[in-house]
Design a protein. Structure first.
Length: 99
């Protein structure tokens, strides 16, 4: 997994590529923890994510909670159908925003 961040004003886009699983989720978590306080919109670009495990889902939940705590917004962009299905099966689609 690789993560490329782009900060544009108060919007942070994290372009994630590869698998988000038990091995890679600690790196993903470090990126989420390092989000600057001024960021009010977080975009997780999942265009190149082809697998997410429960460990990855936990980090997505952490990111959503972090943005909720500061009245911010989080968007998951470009997720493939199989990734969106994981969010639906787990009920995450009821509180996440997708583009």
């Amino acid at each position: 997994m690789t993560i490329n961040n782009q900060l544009d004003g108060n919007t942070l886009t994290m372009k994630i590529e590869g698998r988000i699983d038990t091995q890679t989720s600690p790196d993903f978590n470090k990126e989420i923890e390092a989000i600057p306080e001024a960021v009010s919109t977080l975009i997780l670009d999942f265009t190149e994510v082809f697998y997410i495990s429960s460990a990855g889902l936990r980090i997505v939940l952490t990111a959503q909670n972090k943005m909720n705590a500061k009245n911010g917004e989080m968007i998951i962009r470009g997720a493939a159908k199989n990734i969106v299905n994981v969010f639906k099966v787990t009920g995450f689609d009821t509180f996440l925003t997708f583009e």
